[in-house]
Design a protein around this ligand. Structure first.
Ligand code: ZN
Length: 229
Protein backbone atom coordinates (compact mmCIF):
# COMPACT_ATOMS: atom_id res chain seq x y z
CA UNK A 1 0.00 0.00 0.00
CA UNK A 2 1.04 3.59 -0.56
CA UNK A 3 -0.19 6.89 0.86
CA UNK A 4 -1.86 7.73 -2.45
CA UNK A 5 -5.42 7.02 -3.52
CA UNK A 6 -5.26 3.74 -5.44
CA UNK A 7 -7.49 0.69 -5.81
CA UNK A 8 -6.68 -3.01 -6.49
CA UNK A 9 -5.25 -3.72 -9.97
CA UNK A 10 -8.18 -5.75 -11.32
CA UNK A 11 -10.64 -3.12 -10.16
CA UNK A 12 -8.65 -0.30 -11.78
CA UNK A 13 -8.20 -2.19 -15.06
CA UNK A 14 -11.96 -2.80 -15.31
CA UNK A 15 -12.71 0.83 -14.43
CA UNK A 16 -10.24 2.24 -16.99
CA UNK A 17 -11.62 0.05 -19.78
CA UNK A 18 -15.24 0.87 -18.90
CA UNK A 19 -14.51 4.61 -18.71
CA UNK A 20 -12.60 4.57 -22.03
CA UNK A 21 -15.51 2.86 -23.81
CA UNK A 22 -18.07 5.15 -22.15
CA UNK A 23 -16.04 8.23 -23.11
CA UNK A 24 -16.21 7.13 -26.75
CA UNK A 25 -19.87 6.05 -26.58
CA UNK A 26 -20.92 9.36 -24.99
CA UNK A 27 -19.22 11.34 -27.76
CA UNK A 28 -16.43 12.89 -25.69
CA UNK A 29 -13.84 11.67 -28.25
CA UNK A 30 -13.67 10.64 -31.89
CA UNK A 31 -11.56 7.81 -33.29
CA UNK A 32 -8.63 6.88 -31.07
CA UNK A 33 -8.30 10.30 -29.43
CA UNK A 34 -8.41 10.80 -25.67
CA UNK A 35 -7.06 8.60 -22.90
CA UNK A 36 -7.85 7.37 -19.39
CA UNK A 37 -5.73 6.40 -16.39
CA UNK A 38 -6.33 4.97 -12.93
CA UNK A 39 -4.08 4.63 -9.90
CA UNK A 40 -3.39 1.16 -8.48
CA UNK A 41 -2.85 0.66 -4.73
CA UNK A 42 0.74 -0.50 -5.30
CA UNK A 43 1.62 2.94 -6.74
CA UNK A 44 1.51 1.93 -10.41
CA UNK A 45 -0.92 3.34 -12.97
CA UNK A 46 -3.17 1.66 -15.58
CA UNK A 47 -3.33 3.68 -18.83
CA UNK A 48 -5.07 3.19 -22.15
CA UNK A 49 -2.86 2.27 -25.14
CA UNK A 50 -2.07 4.56 -28.06
CA UNK A 51 -3.69 4.22 -31.49
CA UNK A 52 -6.34 1.62 -30.71
CA UNK A 53 -10.09 1.99 -31.30
CA UNK A 54 -12.26 1.97 -28.18
CA UNK A 55 -14.79 -0.53 -29.50
CA UNK A 56 -12.14 -3.20 -29.98
CA UNK A 57 -10.16 -2.38 -26.81
CA UNK A 58 -9.96 -5.18 -24.21
CA UNK A 59 -8.42 -5.54 -20.77
CA UNK A 60 -5.32 -7.10 -22.36
CA UNK A 61 -4.66 -3.90 -24.34
CA UNK A 62 -4.25 -1.76 -21.21
CA UNK A 63 -0.74 -0.86 -20.09
CA UNK A 64 0.58 -0.63 -16.52
CA UNK A 65 3.32 1.95 -15.93
CA UNK A 66 5.09 3.36 -12.91
CA UNK A 67 4.86 7.04 -12.02
CA UNK A 68 7.97 7.73 -14.13
CA UNK A 69 6.34 6.15 -17.20
CA UNK A 70 8.34 2.90 -17.27
CA UNK A 71 6.20 0.01 -18.49
CA UNK A 72 5.49 -2.55 -15.78
CA UNK A 73 3.04 -4.76 -17.71
CA UNK A 74 1.37 -4.86 -21.11
CA UNK A 75 2.53 -5.36 -24.68
CA UNK A 76 1.19 -2.18 -26.27
CA UNK A 77 2.55 1.37 -26.18
CA UNK A 78 1.05 3.55 -23.48
CA UNK A 79 -0.93 6.59 -24.63
CA UNK A 80 1.25 9.38 -26.01
CA UNK A 81 -0.33 11.69 -23.42
CA UNK A 82 0.77 9.54 -20.48
CA UNK A 83 2.96 12.45 -19.34
CA UNK A 84 -0.14 14.51 -18.52
CA UNK A 85 -1.70 11.67 -16.52
CA UNK A 86 1.49 10.89 -14.60
CA UNK A 87 2.28 14.54 -13.82
CA UNK A 88 -1.19 14.94 -12.31
CA UNK A 89 -0.99 11.68 -10.35
CA UNK A 90 2.49 12.57 -9.03
CA UNK A 91 1.33 16.04 -7.96
CA UNK A 92 -1.92 15.05 -6.21
CA UNK A 93 -1.89 11.80 -4.20
CA UNK A 94 -5.63 12.13 -3.57
CA UNK A 95 -6.39 11.72 -7.30
CA UNK A 96 -7.39 8.18 -8.31
CA UNK A 97 -8.35 8.68 -11.97
CA UNK A 98 -7.64 11.02 -14.90
CA UNK A 99 -9.60 11.45 -18.14
CA UNK A 100 -8.40 13.39 -21.17
CA UNK A 101 -10.94 13.99 -23.96
CA UNK A 102 -11.88 16.30 -26.81
CA UNK A 103 -15.49 16.98 -25.79
CA UNK A 104 -17.02 19.33 -28.35
CA UNK A 105 -18.26 22.28 -26.27
CA UNK A 106 -15.41 22.21 -23.77
CA UNK A 107 -12.97 22.16 -26.72
CA UNK A 108 -14.72 25.18 -28.24
CA UNK A 109 -13.82 27.12 -25.09
CA UNK A 110 -10.25 25.73 -25.27
CA UNK A 111 -9.92 26.95 -28.85
CA UNK A 112 -11.45 30.33 -28.02
CA UNK A 113 -9.01 30.65 -25.11
CA UNK A 114 -11.89 31.17 -22.68
CA UNK A 115 -12.49 29.43 -19.34
CA UNK A 116 -15.73 27.46 -19.05
CA UNK A 117 -17.71 29.63 -16.62
CA UNK A 118 -19.14 27.93 -13.56
CA UNK A 119 -22.70 29.09 -14.21
CA UNK A 120 -24.57 26.23 -12.49
CA UNK A 121 -24.20 25.92 -8.72
CA UNK A 122 -23.93 22.13 -8.72
CA UNK A 123 -21.03 22.48 -11.16
CA UNK A 124 -18.96 24.31 -8.55
CA UNK A 125 -19.51 21.47 -6.08
CA UNK A 126 -18.20 18.91 -8.58
CA UNK A 127 -15.48 20.93 -10.33
CA UNK A 128 -14.41 23.60 -7.83
CA UNK A 129 -15.01 26.67 -10.03
CA UNK A 130 -14.46 27.92 -13.58
CA UNK A 131 -12.46 25.56 -15.81
CA UNK A 132 -9.24 27.49 -16.58
CA UNK A 133 -7.33 27.47 -19.87
CA UNK A 134 -3.64 26.55 -19.66
CA UNK A 135 -0.94 28.09 -21.84
CA UNK A 136 -0.45 26.31 -25.15
CA UNK A 137 2.10 23.49 -25.29
CA UNK A 138 2.25 20.83 -28.03
CA UNK A 139 0.78 17.37 -27.38
CA UNK A 140 3.06 14.88 -25.71
CA UNK A 141 5.44 17.45 -24.23
CA UNK A 142 6.60 17.82 -20.65
CA UNK A 143 5.47 21.46 -20.82
CA UNK A 144 1.88 20.39 -21.44
CA UNK A 145 2.05 17.85 -18.60
CA UNK A 146 3.30 20.48 -16.14
CA UNK A 147 0.76 23.03 -17.34
CA UNK A 148 -2.11 20.57 -16.81
CA UNK A 149 -0.96 19.61 -13.32
CA UNK A 150 -0.44 23.23 -12.29
CA UNK A 151 -4.09 24.10 -12.91
CA UNK A 152 -5.59 21.15 -11.04
CA UNK A 153 -4.48 22.05 -7.51
CA UNK A 154 -7.88 23.42 -6.50
CA UNK A 155 -10.30 22.14 -9.14
CA UNK A 156 -11.11 19.02 -11.10
CA UNK A 157 -10.79 20.20 -14.70
CA UNK A 158 -8.61 22.34 -16.97
CA UNK A 159 -8.55 23.13 -20.67
CA UNK A 160 -5.48 22.46 -22.78
CA UNK A 161 -5.30 25.48 -25.09
CA UNK A 162 -6.25 24.63 -28.71
CA UNK A 163 -6.67 20.98 -27.74
CA UNK A 164 -9.17 19.64 -25.20
CA UNK A 165 -10.02 18.81 -21.63
CA UNK A 166 -8.30 17.12 -18.65
CA UNK A 167 -10.43 15.99 -15.71
CA UNK A 168 -9.45 14.34 -12.43
CA UNK A 169 -11.43 12.45 -9.81
CA UNK A 170 -11.30 10.40 -6.65
CA UNK A 171 -11.65 7.37 -8.93
CA UNK A 172 -11.72 6.68 -12.67
CA UNK A 173 -15.55 6.63 -12.59
CA UNK A 174 -15.57 9.93 -10.74
CA UNK A 175 -13.23 11.55 -13.32
CA UNK A 176 -15.46 10.37 -16.18
CA UNK A 177 -18.55 11.72 -14.41
CA UNK A 178 -16.86 15.10 -13.93
CA UNK A 179 -15.85 15.17 -17.63
CA UNK A 180 -19.53 14.73 -18.54
CA UNK A 181 -20.48 17.46 -16.03
CA UNK A 182 -17.96 19.86 -17.62
CA UNK A 183 -19.22 19.14 -21.13
CA UNK A 184 -22.85 19.56 -20.06
CA UNK A 185 -22.05 22.89 -18.39
CA UNK A 186 -19.96 24.06 -21.37
CA UNK A 187 -22.87 23.30 -23.70
CA UNK A 188 -25.30 25.25 -21.48
CA UNK A 189 -22.90 28.19 -21.06
CA UNK A 190 -22.39 28.35 -24.82
CA UNK A 191 -26.16 28.27 -25.40
CA UNK A 192 -26.77 30.93 -22.76
CA UNK A 193 -24.20 33.09 -24.54
CA UNK A 194 -26.35 32.90 -27.68
CA UNK A 195 -29.38 33.99 -25.62
CA UNK A 196 -27.64 37.14 -24.48
CA UNK A 197 -24.99 36.03 -22.01
CA UNK A 198 -24.55 34.01 -18.84
CA UNK A 199 -25.49 35.53 -15.50
CA UNK A 200 -22.76 34.92 -12.93
CA UNK A 201 -23.61 32.97 -9.78
CA UNK A 202 -23.72 35.16 -6.65
CA UNK A 203 -20.22 35.40 -5.13
CA UNK A 204 -21.47 34.03 -1.82
CA UNK A 205 -22.84 30.90 -3.50
CA UNK A 206 -19.56 30.38 -5.36
CA UNK A 207 -17.63 30.73 -2.09
CA UNK A 208 -19.88 28.26 -0.27
CA UNK A 209 -19.88 25.66 -3.04
CA UNK A 210 -16.12 26.04 -3.57
CA UNK A 211 -15.77 25.28 0.12
CA UNK A 212 -17.81 22.11 -0.31
CA UNK A 213 -15.57 21.02 -3.20
CA UNK A 214 -12.40 21.66 -1.22
CA UNK A 215 -13.74 19.81 1.83
CA UNK A 216 -14.78 16.77 -0.22
CA UNK A 217 -11.46 16.65 -2.09
CA UNK A 218 -9.36 16.96 1.06
CA UNK A 219 -11.39 14.64 3.26
CA UNK A 220 -12.95 11.99 1.05
CA UNK A 221 -10.53 11.60 -1.87
CA UNK A 222 -7.64 10.62 0.37
CA UNK A 223 -7.09 6.95 1.13
CA UNK A 224 -8.78 5.55 4.16
CA UNK A 225 -6.66 5.36 7.31
CA UNK A 226 -5.01 1.97 7.77
CA UNK A 227 -7.26 1.15 10.73
CA UNK A 228 -10.40 1.25 8.57
CA UNK A 229 -8.93 0.15 5.21
ZN1 ZN B 1 -5.87 14.99 -26.90
Amino acid sequence: MTDSNGAPLDEVRAAVLAAAKAMHRRGLVEGTAGNVSGRVDDGTVVVTPSSLGYEEMTLDDLVVVDLDGEVVAGSRSATSEKGVHLAVLRAYPEVGGVVHCHARYASMYAVAGLPVPACIDEFVVYIGGDVPVGRYHPSGTEGLAEEAARHLADRSAMLMANHGLVVIGRSVDDALHSALVVEHNAHIAWGAQQLGGTVALPAEAVRDFTGVYQFVRQHTWHPRPASTA
